[in-house]
Design a binder for this molecule. Structure first.
Ligand SMILES: [Zn+2]
Ligand SMILES: [Zn+2]
Ligand SMILES: [Zn+2]
Length: 288
């Protein structure tokens, strides 16, 4: 980064009491939030180990949220939530990366299997090596690549992959990737949320200025000649071929990428802007 930027503060909303706090302050607020303490004290039902996780985007840090999830939940449950709330556009692949271990959304176990017997007339190439030789070759390759990063599936429970203090990575779509970083902030014994994940806090919709007039942008022109540009309604309509090649501005780190149009569950849509007295923040779109 070469350009100097003003100090920028990103604000978000506590979903328990409705109060605003800065990104830095929210972790502290959630520890002392009265409404949250009361809600926890009033919890009824069987308790389980819960993880409090903060998620944000390393190259667009104004997107962040705090969530609570069962520690025993398989990673795929967290994957499903992140897709639903922030990233899913066309069912791309995803992965979690914890240290040197990859947890893949599509992992198929690679084991050696003898080739199926094909009818003689379908055989295009005669078998050059025998089945036994193929097995030996497979084992040799397995040994050769044994120090490569370990690959697992997402059926692994969170508590087996991470613990309090762990930071890890989530990547969605290997073509036009959206990368998130996660940190397990703390754990507690509590009643797990009904639908898997409890949202504790989220960032307000950041201000993305129209590149023509500086007003709040509503769309991204992804077919812009010099790359994607953010535009307000008025200036978007002046672009030839409007509305082709436009994506809506949504409160997600995947805004303007691939075919992303926002969360596919309405309850996950959060487009609230910060209260006026906090709105000193002005984020340019490509500020990384
Ligand atoms: Zn609160
Ligand atoms: Zn896509
Ligand atoms: Zn404009």
């Amino acid at each position: 980064m070469t350009r100097k930027r003003k100090r920028q503060v990103s604000y978000g909303k506590c979903f328990v009491c409705g109060r605003s706090a800065s990104k830095q302050g929210m972790t502290r607020h959630l520890k002392s939030c009265k409404a949250r303490q009361e809600a926890i004290a009033a919890e009824q039902g069987p308790k389980e180990r819960l993880f409090h996780i903060r998620v944000d985007c390393p190259y667009a840090p104004m997107y962040w949220m705090h969530i609570e999830i069962r520690a025993s939940a398989p990673l795929v449950e967290l994957d499903r939530f992140l897709r639903a709330v922030w990233v899913e556009c066309c069912r791309h692949l995803s992965q979690f990366v914890v240290d040197n271990t990859y947890y893949l959304s599509n992992r198929t176990k690679r084991t050696w299997e003898p080739p199926k017997e094909e009818p003689e007339e379908d055989k295009i190439v005669p078998e050059a090596i025998t089945t036994e030789e193929q097995k030996v070759l497979w084992d040799a390759l397995e040994t050769l690549f044994s120090d490569w990063p370990e690959e697992k599936g997402m059926e692994v429970p969170l508590e087996q992959a991470v613990q309090v203090g762990s930071t890890f990575k989530y990547e969605y779509d290997m073509g036009t990737p959206t990368e998130l970083r996660l940190k397990v902030i703390e754990e507690r014994e509590g009643v797990p949320p009904l639908d898997g994940v409890r949202i504790l806090a989220r960032n307000y919709a950041p201000f993305i200025p129209c590149e023509e007039c500086g007003e709040r942008a509503t769309v991204i022109h992804v077919w812009g000649e010099e790359g994607p540009i953010a535009l307000c309604d008025r200036h978007a309509r002046e672009v030839p071929n409007w509305p082709e090649g436009f994506l809506p501005v949504v409160n997600s780190p995947r805004v303007g990428e691939c075919a992303y149009v926002g969360p596919y569950h309405e309850e996950y849509r959060f487009e609230e802007v910060a209260p006026a007295d906090l709105r000193s923040t002005s984020f340019a779109m490509r500020n990384a």
